[in-house]
Design a protein around this ligand. Structure first.
Ligand code: FES
Ligand SMILES: [Fe+2]
Length: 446
């Protein structure tokens, strides 16, 4: 990121949230807790996570990075989509963004489009944004409101619970049953504070629960009132670099004093610390001054959630960023900026612009580094075991999941894609000659 600097008290990790949603007094208490954290207390975490231990080599002169080939290989990228981005939990937005029945938002996770919509029962529901007829996206706008979900290709229409209610001319097709063609549901978890996470696995239940995937993270999230802030800006960028090139940079602030001059004035970079947990990292830093600046007063919370989600929370606002591969050399980054509604219009703009500037500084670094990762001279680098422990944790988890998934596919002799919904037997497409040929060709190329 290093777009961010965070300071979160270890006390905060353990604090249990006792209300819903957090009250204003809770927020002030949270800010006071952050302000009391000392540098010495954040430099020596008592309980290093398994990830952190795996990333640190005792006595080694450094930690080897992943090879450059993993940053330019299309095969590795496709494997990462199946092994990493098709599983786990990914953050979207807050429930307060869905005010009216039919309000919807569309999110993209490594090319998998997810539709969130507020149902008639008042609850937000999640579906794959793909029509059951011939795969056209049900919503082509990123947000809106509609009483039904009507496909723009042949007008199949679904209700807000995902049931198919209209399929023009299919009434005359013998045996066609609308009940068999409802939308593909997406697993969802909503935190106490209203943050919505999704899991894309096609299985009836996800392979891991939210709590199992991010142990202890809920307490951190519940300490921040995400719903109090208003959405100010949304943006989507396509970076000419591998997704890991960006997330590696996010996971350390070793580069901040060099590359983020303005940000370095707001936070004490020398005290920056990253604490790695299972599948998430907590970035810890301290505001360099208590005077108000564009980020507000006090410290901030920055959370990296493996593989590509981040929540960056300040006094004056917060930002979600979602980073995922398009292909090996192109990465989609979606960001939303939420601001304190009590700020002036100028202060809101200043917050967004300042944090955007950090993003563009990071993009320039990633683009230049990727050119050399592609060029073939550099093969592997070395990571500092302390100031780059977050990068080591990210790369260790990536390495483990990719190798495990590759071994599984090699043992089965075909690709394993956790998001793929198996066709129903009634469609008579299982073990078809087409599927078999595809599997054989893929295996040849492997
Ligand atoms: S693809 Fe949606 S109605 Fe045909
Ligand atoms: Fe950065």
């Amino acid at each position: 990121m290093a777009t961010n600097l965070a300071l979160i008290s270890r006390n905060l990790v353990c604090r249990r949230y006792d209300g819903f949603p957090p009250r204003r007094s809770s927020i002030l208490q949270w800010r006071r807790q952050l302000a009391t954290v000392s540098a010495s207390s954040i430099r020596h975490p008592k309980n290093a996570s398994q990830l952190e231990q795996a990333a640190a080599h005792d006595g080694a002169p450094g930690i080897a990075t992943l090879p450059a080939s993993w940053y330019r290989s299309e095969k590795i990228c496709q494997l990462e989509k199946r092994a990493i981005f098709s599983r786990g939990w990914h953050v979207t937005t807050v429930v307060s963004e869905f005010r009216n029945v039919g309000d919807y938002r569309v999110f993209d996770f490594a090319g998998r489009s997810v539709l969130l919509v507020k149902g008639r029962d008042g609850n937000v529901k999640a579906f794959h944004n793909v029509c059951r007829h011939r795969a056209y996206p049900l919503k082509t706008q990123s947000e809106g409101c509609s009483g039904v979900i009507s496909c723009g290709y042949h007008a199949w229409t679904f209700d807000l619970a995902g049931n198919l209610i209209k399929a023009p001319q299919f009434d005359s097709v013998p045996g066609f049953d609308k009940k068999e063609h409802g939308l593909y549901p997406v697993h969802m978890h909503i935190t106490r504070g209203g943050l919505i996470f999704v899991n894309l696995e096609a299985s009836e239940t996800p392979s891991v629960t939210f709590e199992e995937h991010f142990p202890g993270m809920a307490a951190l999230l519940d300490g921040f009132d995400f719903q109090r802030y208003e959405l100010r800006k949304k943006s989507v960028h396509v970076g000419e670099f591998n997704w890991k090139t960006r997330m590696d940079g996010y996971q350390e602030c070793y580069h901040c004093q060099v590359a983020h001059k303005a940000l370095s004035k707001s936070f004490s970079i020398k005290e920056y610390f990253v604490e790695n947990h299972a599948n998430y990292s907590q970035h810890i830093a301290k505001a360099s001054t208590n005077d108000k600046d564009v980020y507000g007063s006090g410290n901030a919370l920055f959370l990296f959630m493996f593989p590509g989600s981040a929540l960056n929370c300040f006094d004056r606002g917060w930002q979600r960023s979602s980073t995922a591969p398009i292909d090996a050399g192109h990465t989609k980054i979606a960001m939303e900026y939420y601001v304190d509604p009590d700020l002036s219009e100028q202060e809101k703009d200043d917050f967004v612009e300042s944090f955007s500037e950090v993003f563009w500084e990071d993009c320039a670094l990633c683009t230049q580094a990727q050119m050399n990762l592609d060029a073939g001279v550099y093969e592997r680098g070395v990571l500092h075991p302390s100031v780059e422990s977050g990068v080591a944790a990210l790369q260790a988890q990536t390495r483990r999941l990719v190798l495990e998934h590759a071994a599984l596919e090699e043992s089965l002799g075909h690709e394993v894609n956790p998001v793929a919904v198996r066709p129903r037997a009634t469609l008579n497409t299982t073990k078809s000659p087409e599927d078999s040929l595809y599997a054989r060709l893929e295996q040849r190329e492997w």
